[in-house]
Design a protein around this ligand. Structure first.
Ligand SMILES: NC(=O)c1ccc[n+]([C@@H]2O[C@H](COP(=O)([O-])OP(=O)(O)OC[C@H]3O[C@@H](n4cnc5c(N)ncnc54)[C@H](O)[C@@H]3O)[C@@H](O)[C@H]2O)c1
Length: 327
């Protein structure tokens, strides 16, 4: 198949691209490298450097090969930034995304896999969250993802587009060659690993007064390789004529920040300095998935679910690449 991975130079996109190339698909990556890296793109994939709002680069991406399916991972995705700049997030995650959908229509491409998020849910709903749980995002980032899901539904009705929206929970871990390297890191596990390496001062624990077992925020951590496998299955599902679907992807268990710190210390054998800090704007107390529906529709089950495996793979990658990607 010929696949266009938008955002394929990013953390998750690079692992998705790696899996697709390994499956002998022909992969074109469109990425503006705003938070991604040229070196993160699998060597057998063809990189078009450009933004999804750039008509010329979009044309290049859609005409290099006849595209069978688009995988859309490109977004701004830092919750606290979205609180500070909701309009910028609307522009990047919604309006720019519709330019991509217009280009798909123009080039006769009707299938898309979209990276959505647990942030679309009302975090005060009972856990675990199911696809039928109430949708009330707690921050502008979540609202932009929910709005784009609605646009996909509208396009499906109007233009016959078919989509799979994958609502990831907290993605973590690494493959052998690809890991998490954000120049402005906000994710807990890479921050803790950097501190374990001595490359960072104490890691802030944002909020220790949440209504959770130890007062710190609880999240559902899912391995990036499992996420990539769900994309492979979602593409196959759409190619075989599957109906549009919206699916959670999580490991179905919650771990508090303090529990993750303990696991990082055990896996690395090093102490990790942390410091208590106030809650971060837009962060809910707890997010835990039910992934039953993804099992039913895609036959997907996490294979790398244990937190020690997730941390171990991220740690191995970080030790191999202590400075991250080259540029
Ligand atoms: N990391 C997580 O835990 C998580 C959880 C839920 C959802 N998501 C979603 O998954 C997707 C990927 O997340 P990630 O953690 O890999 O982020 P990332 O920042 O590492 O990757 C995003 C990639 O998209 C590119 N990009 C951004 N805006 C672009 C634009 N306008 N045009 C072209 N390229 C652009 C960036 O350069 C980067 O390579 C995002 O849509 C994010 O919202 C991530």
């Amino acid at each position: 198949m010929n696949l266009l991975v938008v955002g394929g130079a990013g953390y998750i996109g690079s692992v998705v691209t790696e899996e697709l190339v390994r499956g002998r698909h022909s992969v074109i990556v469109l990425d503006d490298l705003s938070t991604g890296h040229r070196d993160a793109v699998a060597p057998l994939a063809y990189l078009v450097k450009g933004a999804i709002g750039d008509a010329a680069r979009l044309r290049e991406a859609f005409t290099t090969k006849e595209i069978d399916c688009v995988i859309h991972l490109a977004a701004r995705s830092i919750v606290s930034d979205s609180v500070a700049d909701p309009e910028g997030y609307e522009e990047a995650n919604v309006r720019q995304g519709t330019i991509l959908l217009d280009a798909m229509k123009e080039h006769g491409v009707s299938r898309i896999v979209f990276s959505s998020t647990a942030a679309v849910y009302d975090a005060s709903a009972p856990m675990p969250l199911r696809e039928t749980s109430p949708l009330v995002p707690g921050n502008p980032y979540g609202w932009t993802k929910l709005r784009f899901e609605e646009i996909l539904r509208e396009r499906a009705r109007a233009d016959g587009m078919r989509y799979v929206s994958l609502r990831y929970f907290n993605v973590a871990g690494a493959s052998i060659d690809h890991g998490e390297d954000h120049r402005r890191e906000t994710h807990l596990i890479p921050l803790l690993l950097d501190a374990a390496l001595g490359a960072r001062e104490a890691v802030p624990v944002f909020g220790s007064d949440y209504p959770t077992q130890d007062g710190t925020a609880v999240r559902d951590y899912i391995h990036v390789v499992d996420i990539a496998e769900a994309h492979v299955r979602a593409i196959r599902y759409l190619m075989e004529g599957g109906a549009s679907a919206t699916l959670n992807l999580g490991a179905e268990r919650g771990l508090s920040v303090r529990e993750v710190i303990g696991w990082v210390e055990r896996v690395t054998g090093r102490g990790v300095p942390t410091v208590e800090a106030p809650r971060r704007a837009g962060d809910p107390p707890s997010l835990i998935a039910s992934s039953e529906e993804a099992g039913r529709v895609l036959g997907w089950r996490p294979q790398w679910g244990d937190i020690d495996t997730i941390i171990e793979t991220a740690w191995t990658w970080r030790q191999r690449y202590p400075e991250g990607y080259a540029e």
